[in-house]
Ligand binder design. Structure first.
Ligand SMILES: Cc1cc2nc3c(=O)[nH]c(=O)nc-3n(C[C@H](O)[C@H](O)[C@H](O)COP(=O)(O)OP(=O)(O)OC[C@H]3O[C@@H](n4cnc5c(N)ncnc54)[C@H](O)[C@@H]3O)c2cc1C
Ligand SMILES: Cc1cc2nc3c(=O)[nH]c(=O)nc-3n(C[C@H](O)[C@H](O)[C@H](O)COP(=O)(O)O)c2cc1C
Length: 452
């Protein structure tokens, strides 16, 4: 008896100890990196939660509108990001509406990565959430192989935990107005307000091209332009560094394209860095003529703004047109008088692709970039098997400094290619800081990405 149970008990104790140690290590590393974890208050009886998983803000916006619609009908409701939905809250809440977008290749958006790893990993247990009524609005794009993948996963998981759907999941293909209207009607019915007004997105404005500059003449890659825009009439709208614009091009007006804003309102105009690729970008870069109007609207991108990080050092990492979002942030930092900015930028060849070189080196020489590091993948003497050196290699070389900046409270911003760059940078940061610290930084808004 003893012989058979003792190793089991020992194994169990070891597992428990390892688990505890793991948790303590995680707490300790997070503490060392200056990370705090806030917990939302549990809902009062009868309160509704509208939980969103959003990368660029569409799901967040719809969640807020849904919560406002419920509130208009007298139902206490609040919108919150899925990262704050822990087990305690899941068990305390009785009614949750989920608005979930999908990223990467059927993946959860960044703000849902922790939830997906921590909570959705639990196997089926039909008794677990029997107290919960829910609905899912899944945002996606049917051109991707895993259409609405994360919303569907979430829906299936909730059902497997015994939760009861208030109505069937609604999948939204590229912001399809009919699907959004179906959701709005359901929410209005739940709120008891049949006469709720329609939801309208931010208004489209008319803009004109105020200047276009080719930034990479002779490049081995596609041309990349700085496109400056000014309102055709009236004043500049308000925006913050990190925000996005949507452009509706004449060749494909029903499917607006997103661009990261590369300027601040202090510049007096909106600037974009646009890589010439297909319908919309070629129209912006070369097709649109001086007299043409550009239909455009600015979209708040809260997940990529400076927000609380305005008072922290920042490490800005990106490649190619991703310099756009980082440039907007650097300009905002300069306007705020902050010098503790470290820019890490990558492209192909220094001779052709060192975008805005004078400006960036001017910022470095003027003390506005404490550090400027560049990696040119095609300039030889590389770090990977194919002999290429990318921003992620640069970060690994500078691991001690990256860790020191984070220990001193730095926030990390990543902008540019999802394929290759964002994954490579994520892996490098995990190796340097530890997955738990990176995870906690993301939870605290100190690791933010605008990747596409
Ligand atoms: C959050 C976010 C931020 C973004 N920020 C930026 C930014 O700051 N700068 C930027 O440049 N882009 C940015 N993008 C990408 C941008 O929204 C568009 O996807 C991009 O400009 C391509 O749109 P398009 O209409 O030009 O190409 P589409 O016509 O939609 O074509 C899509 C793809 O098909 C390929 N393709 C199209 N036509 C052909 C053809 N005839 N032959 C071969 N291949 C073809 C193109 O290579 C292209 O990659 C961002 C995207 C997101 C989601
Ligand atoms: C880089 C990228 C990857 C995406 N991957 C998927 C996908 O795999 N499946 C899907 O249905 N939609 C995908 N989408 C579409 C988004 O889910 C959709 O645009 C959604 O409205 C974004 O909402 P958000 O602003 O709340 O993040 C992707 C969009 C981008 C820009």
């Amino acid at each position: 008896m003893l012989l058979t149970t003792e190793p089991l008990r020992l194994g169990g104790a070891l597992l428990l100890a390892a688990g505890w140690l793991g948790m303590s290590m995680q707490a300790w590393r997070a503490h060392r990196a200056g990370v705090r974890r806030d917990r939302p208050a549990a809902p009062a009886d009868g309160d509704w939660l509208v939980v969103y998983a959003s990368q660029t803000g569409n799901a967040a916006d719809l969640a807020r509108r849904s919560a406002a619609l419920l509130a208009a009908g007298g139902v206490a409701a609040r919108a919150l990001p899925i990262g704050l939905l822990d087990d305690a809250l899941l068990h305390a809440a009785t009614r949750i509406l989920f608005v979930a977008s999908t990223y990467g290749e059927g993946d959860a958006p960044d703000d849902a990565a922790r939830f997906a790893a921590r909570t959705l990993a639990a196997g089926a247990d039909p008794a677990r959430l029997r107290h919960l009524h829910y609905a899912v609005l899944a945002l996606g794009d049917s051109r991707y192989a895993h259409y609405c993948g994360f919303g569907r996963l979430l829906d299936a998981w909730l059902a497997a935990q015994g939760a009861t759907p208030l109505f069937e999941r609604i999948d939204v293909d590229r912001a399809d107005p009919a699907a959004l209207e179906a959701w709005r009607r359901h929410v209005a019915r739940l709120a008891g307000t049949a006469d709720a007004p329609d939801w309208e997105g931010p208004a489209w404005g008319e803009w004109r091209i105020a200047g276009r500059t080719l930034l990479n003449p002779g490049s081995a890659g596609a041309p990349l332009y700085l496109v400056a825009l000014a309102p055709a009439a009236g004043a500049l709208p308000a925006w913050e560094a990190g925000d996005l614009v949507q452009v509706s091009a004449p060749g494909d007006p029903d499917h607006p394209r997103e661009y990261s804003v590369a300027s601040t309102p202090l510049d007096g105009r909106l600037e974009l860095l646009v890589r010439l690729q297909g319908v919309a970008s070629s129209w912006l870069c070369t097709g649109a003529q001086d007299g043409d109007t550009v239909r455009l609207r600015v979209r708040p991108h809260e997940r990529f703004r400076l927000a609380d990080n305005a008072h922290r050092p920042v490490i800005l990492i990106g490649n190619g047109s991703g310099l756009a979002g980082l440039r907007g942030l650097v300009k905002a930092r300069i306007a705020q008088g902050r010098h503790d900015n470290w820019l890490v930028f990558g492209e192909r060849n220094a001779a052709h692709d060192f975008l805005l070189r004078e400006e960036l080196e001017g910022w470095r020489d003027g003390g506005w970039l404490t550090r400027l590091d560049v990696a040119f993948s095609r300039d030889g003497a590389g770090s990977d098997a194919a002999g290429k050196r990318y921003v992620q290699h640069l970060l690994r070389e500078q691991a001690a400094d990256v860790a020191a900046w984070v220990r001193h409270g730095a926030a990390i911003y990543v902008c540019g290619s999802l394929q290759g760059m964002a994954g490579g940078v994520h892996a490098a940061l995990e190796a340097i800081l530890g997955a738990d610290v990176l995870d906690a930084l993301a939870g605290e808004g100190r690791y933010r990405r605008d990747v596409y």
